[in-house]
Design a protein around this ligand. Structure first.
Ligand code: ADP
Ligand code: MG
Length: 367
């Protein structure tokens, strides 16, 4: 159990530009924090600095209100689970899990108790006598977690622990990790490049790009109120559609204009945009694929827009429709099976209350 405080943390690898820039984050006890961002954005670097495996170039790291910049990894009371498991191939599951405790000269009876209890928690009790090569990928991953659990750490760090597993197992292990967090009541910090993992696991998500935090929020807040174009595009699948547009008055109402179409905005949105001086200006609008609908009837907030159908993908319970309109390519995600053919012209309903509006220059959310 621990809270962490990262204050103005920076990292520069020798000869490189700044990899991590002014990273500030307060992590509460028992939180499940997920670092998410594209490959190379610096997620592992931050995690390794927390673990003490990488020197902190600048700033302060506190664990339980204690400054730990100069504290060695073994004295930080942190356990880390890596992507490649890093199990000892010649040792049994039992010995792999016991190893860290033996090195710390923990009593044999105590080690036995901890290993067996962790093995039960992770459902690998029957595998304790096996060697890693006699295990499936998912089982090896559990052993790697078991090795971390037995140490009873204050903080659990996980660096893409599921990325070596196949898709089905990944989903299964995701739920297991969630349950484990509830059971252990410990602070978890989890790194992934996969937005679905971030959305489903995190109590809060930290979206990172080029070593800079873009947004820290709950999954719902990040999804509903992304702060900029990057976050909006990174979280959500298929990703949010972006359309270059212009804001103009049409018959006394403020509307978004693009490719000869118009979406009339709600009064509350219009008021903010007018106040901020966006009338007559170019903007980027964002609309999520799930907020585009095949209309049977039009509800109050919706506008009809005609698109060209390029392709449809039938996913079973839902369909993805790939559409175009002039320069813009757009995806709609609708329930059920659709029978559009490529080349069809379709009128779809866009929910204007679900539109995101971004500044062209700053890429920041306007509303
Ligand atoms: P992520 O985990 O988000 O994929 P990393 O933290 O591994 O990203 O890397 C962030 C950046 O730092 C990358 O550009 C990477 O090449 C660089 N980097 C990582 N480790 C080192 C190192 N030991 N020496 C120099 N550069 C490194
Ligand atoms: Mg990494």
């Amino acid at each position: 159990m621990a809270n962490l405080s990262l204050r103005h943390i920076c990292k520069t690898y020798s000869g490189n530009i700044d990899t991590i820039k002014d990273f500030n984050l307060e992590i509460k006890d028992k939180e499940f924090i997920v670092f998410v961002g594209p490959s190379g954005c610096g997620k592992s670097t931050v995690l390794r600095m927390i673990a003490g495996l990488e020197e902190i170039t600048g700033g302060e790291l506190y664990i339980e209100n204690q400054l730990v910049n100069e504290v060695t990894p073994k004295d930080r009371d942190i356990a880390m689970v890596f992507q490649n498991y890093a199990l000892y191939p010649h040792m049994t599951v039992y010995d792999n899990m016991a190893f860290g405790l033996k090195m710390r000269k923990v009593q044999k009876s105590q080690i036995d108790e901890k290993v067996k209890s962790a093995a039960k928690t992770l459902d690998i009790y029957d595998l304790l006598k096996r060697k890693p090569k006699e295990l499936s990928g998912g089982q090896r991953q559990r052993v790697a977690m078991g090795r971390a659990i037995v140490r009873n750490p204050k903080v659990f760090l996980m660096d893409e622990p599921l990325s070596n597993l196949d898709a089905k197992l990944r989903v299964q292990m995701r739920t297991e990790i969630s349950k484990l967090h509830k059971k252990l009541q410990t602070t978890f910090i989890y790194v992934t490049h996969d937005q679905t993992e971030a959305m489903t696991l995190g109590t809060r998500i930290v979206v990172i790009k080029d070593g800079i935090i873009q947004q820290v929020d709950t999954p719902q807040e990040i999804y509903n109120h992304p702060k900029n174009v990057f976050v909006a595009g990174f979280i959500g699948s298929p990703q949010m559609n972006f359309i270059n547009s212009k804001l103009e008055h049409v018959n006394g109402k403020l509307a978004v204009l693009f490719e000869g179409e118009q979406i009339i905005l709600q009064d509350d949105m219009s008021n903010v945009l007018e106040k901020k001086g966006y009338v007559g200006k170019n903007i980027i609008i964002g609309i999520r694929p799930e907020n585009i609908r095949i209309p049977e009837e039009i509800t109050r907030n919706e506008c009809l827009v005609e698109f060209n159908v390029d392709l449809t993908e039938l996913m079973g319970a839902e369909s993805y429709i790939y559409l175009s309109k002039g320069e813009s390519n757009i995806i709609a995600r609708v329930e059920g099976i659709v029978d559009f053919k490529s080349g069809d012209k379709v009128k779809l309903a866009l929910d204007s209350s679900k539109i995101h509006i971004f500044d062209v220059d700053t890429q920041l959310t306007v509303l």
